[in-house]
Design a protein around this ligand. Structure first.
Ligand code: TRP
Length: 355
């Protein structure tokens, strides 16, 4: 069998999530094991992870654990998909996790050529305030820049001694110096909270980051750390549909988008509807391959019964694309209005944080 790899630095969407779970030995995420799960967990968007039981037990028994994630500030906007990661961080924070959110400025410099200044500016002006506005408690979250954190950098050098080039080939398929540096640093990010206290940790990330998790778990075992758990969510496909992630900005929603941008993007979104009103009324549409419904499910409609009713109406031809889009636009504009307010006050808080 040809060996397959996940490339953390590419941006292809997996076609079959269950297949990934099997191929890479992930665990299926079972929402039933956790208290008051959020909408992404409940609706199957959070689909996999590693060593989840360890963290479920910590939550159940109120034992200490940490949650940590990182972002590469390669854009000056926050993609709506990133909201899912932060929603999970908020969930863990509310359930007792020490929380860490790092800005992967060194990784961005090594693998994307983003300057450290640019990364810092974007993180302070946009990314960190957006994360706080999404519900992370600024006082209880440790934000840091990779380039500032001596503990992390020193740990990375120490841990580099525990990995081999063969292992890199097995996990990543290839090994370039920039990628080796970035991934060892990421392992250090993930393990560093354990320097002061050996407690379990969980890393919410897109499935594209799983190779780093595997590396971190291997290195942890060899160096006396607790192997980190992880949890993965599905991606928010681009509004252009085809369940592909798109680089083109016009096809993706961003936090802080203006009302005009929202209207334009939603109007162009690909739906599962029929070509004409008459056809839609006769045959109905398919909400399973519809970017508007994808938004409803992942972000906009909290009530399961309301969502179900809307899906049924759509399937039965009682709901037209135009009506559905109008409703999505309304919900998004409302969400963004509230979000912008929170963002402005979060920006003031960030001004007072020490980095
Ligand atoms: N590699 C991640 C990305 O591409 C960023 C990152 C750096 C990260 N360190 C991390 C994510 C630690 C999770 C945990 O976005």
């Amino acid at each position: 069998m040809k060996q397959e790899f996940i490339d953390p630095w590419a941006s292809a969407l997996p076609k079959d999530y269950l297949d990934l779970v099997k191929k890479f030995g992930l665990e299926k995420f079972e929402a039933g094991n956790l208290p008051s799960v959020n909408l992404l967990m409940r609706r199957g968007f959070v689909f996999a992870g590693r060593d989840l039981k360890t963290i479920f037990d910590c939550i159940k028994n109120k034992k200490p654990f940490y949650a940590l994630t990182g972002i590469m500030p390669t854009a000056d906007k926050v993609h709506f998909g990133t909201k899912s990661v932060i929603d999970l961080m908020v969930y863990f924070q509310k359930h007792g996790a020490e929380t860490y959110v790092l800005v992967a400025d060194l990784e961005a410099a090594a693998t994307r050529g983003t300057s450290l200044e640019e990364a810092r500016k974007r993180a302070l002006e946009v990314h960190i305030p957006c994360y706080i506005a999404l519900g992370l408690d600024a006082k209880k979250t440790k934000f840091y820049f990779q380039s500032d954190n001596d503990d992390v950098r020193n740990l990375a050098f120490e841990l580099s001694n525990k990995a081999t080039l063969n292992e890199y080939r097995a996990i990543y398929g290839n090994a370039e110096p920039s990628r080796i540096m970035a991934s060892i640093l990421q392992v250090a990010d993930i393990l560093h909270p354990q320097i002061k206290k050996k407690i379990p940790g969980i890393v919410p990330v897109g499935i594209d980051q799983d190779p780093h998790i595997r590396l971190a778990r291997d290195i942890a075992r060899r160096s006396g750390f607790i192997p980190p758990s992880s949890v993965n969510m599905k991606y928010l496909p681009s509004l252009a549909g085809g369940m592909k992630m798109s680089k083109s900005e016009g096809n993706s929603l961003y936090l802080l988008d203006s009302d005009e941008e929202i209207k334009k993007k939603i109007s162009k979104a690909v739906t599962g509807g029929q070509k004409t009103k008459q056809e839609q009324e006769e045959k109905g549409g398919n909400p399973d391959e519809d970017m508007i419904f994808e938004l409803f499910r992942q972000h906009l409609i909290e009530s399961d019964s309301e969502l179900k009713k809307r899906e049924e109406d759509y399937r039965n031809g009682r709901l037209l694309d135009s009506e559905n889009k109008e409703f999505a636009t309304k919900l998004l504009i409302k969400f963004m209005k509230d979000f912008r307010k929170k963002y402005e006050s979060a920006k003031k808080q960030v001004g007072k944080l020490r980095f």
